[in-house]
Design a protein around this ligand. Structure first.
Ligand code: CO8
Length: 258
């Protein structure tokens, strides 16, 4: 459906699916992947027919990290002035709901990319880790911050300092993933969640995402103020009228995204 070299894209109704596709490198994230993934997301943010995006990899690997071969010969000045990581910020800035469907390895930048998504559904084969320490570096795409917020200091320190992997069950217990499903059910379950979200009023889904994300940025008082104002603003939408009327009249709502 597209001319990308390192990702596959497809849409099913209002759900777009982006599949990382560098099978020989376990979907290692190089600059081409970054350029293509962020271009695809930008197009989906601007495409009214798309409500939700699912980001996935292969059965063996969501992504085994940043491309070590691409980073190997960098000097400090290349990393600093080139600032090759900042392009990934666009993933976290994507406005529509973005779900990661993770099977196999999600390591280093792969784990960090999954954590930039709004939630992670993992197959029982998923393995998460921040092994950068084994390469003489540390997480660089948000791992020291997002992993710590997701799982707390004890487990984040354990993972970042030892470089060990955690399996899907441990990741679910720790709160990194929202659900674990059988490997052969991963896409069905994720697409069902995506379709469900796609059926809700568009503005409310974006605002819900924005409000939850605000909790990572500001104090509780500011976050609550933000939430309240956004909640109040939704009473300006036709879909609030429709959603509440449908409940009272015991019928299915017919949302208009207005
Ligand atoms: N980068 C480049 N190539 C990779 C990577 C990677 N991260 N991971 C795997 N590959 C390649 C291997 O080199 C191999 O290629 P080849 O066949 O040409 O030798 C191929 O993928 C298959 O890999 P393996 O043979 O190693 O497969 P195994 O099943 O034996 O092992 C593992 C799977 C355990 C996942 C193993 O491949 C591994 O340890 N990979 C590296 C994991 C890692 O250290 N990731 C962290 C990278 S650092 C990072 O992510 C920093 C992020 C911050 C900056 C972000 C900027 C973009």
């Amino acid at each position: 459906e597209s001319d990308y070299e390192t990702i596959l894209t497809e849409t099913r109704g209002a759900v777009a699916i982006v599949t990382l596709n560098r099978p020989k490198a376990l979907n290692a994230l190089n600059s081409v992947v970054m350029t293509e993934l962020t271009a695809a997301l930008s197009a989906y943010d601007n495409d009214e027919s798309v409500a939700v995006v699912v980001l996935t990899g292969s059965e063996k690997a969501f992504a085994a990290g940043a491309d070590i071969k691409e980073m190997q010969s960098l000097e400090f000045v290349d990393a600093y002035v080139g600032d090759f990581i900042s392009g990934w910020d666009a993933v976290a800035a994507f406005r529509k709901p973005l779900i990661a469907a993770v099977s196999g390895f999600a390591l280093g930048g792969g784990c960090e990319l999954a954590m930039m998504c709004d939630f992670i559904i993992a197959s029982d084969t998923a393995k998460f880790g921040q092994p950068e320490i084994t390469l003489g570096v540390i997480p660089g795409m948000g791992g020291s911050q997002r992993l710590t917020r997701a799982v707390g200091k004890a487990k984040a320190m354990d993972l970042v300092l030892t470089g060990r992997m955690m399996d899907a069950a441990e990741a679910e217990r720790a709160g990194l993933v929202s659900r674990v499903v059988d490997a052969d059910r991963l896409m069905d379950e994720t697409l069902a969640a995506a379709e469900k979200i796609a059926g809700f009023p568009r503005a409310a889904t974006l605002m819900a995402k924005e409000a939850v994300n605000r909790s990572f940025e500001v104090t509780l008082a500011e976050g609550l103020r933000f939430e309240r104002r956004v909640f109040q603003s939704l009473f300006a939408t036709a879909d609030q009228k429709e959603g509440m009327a449908a409940f009272v009249e015991k019928r299915k709502p017919a949302f208009s995204n207005r």
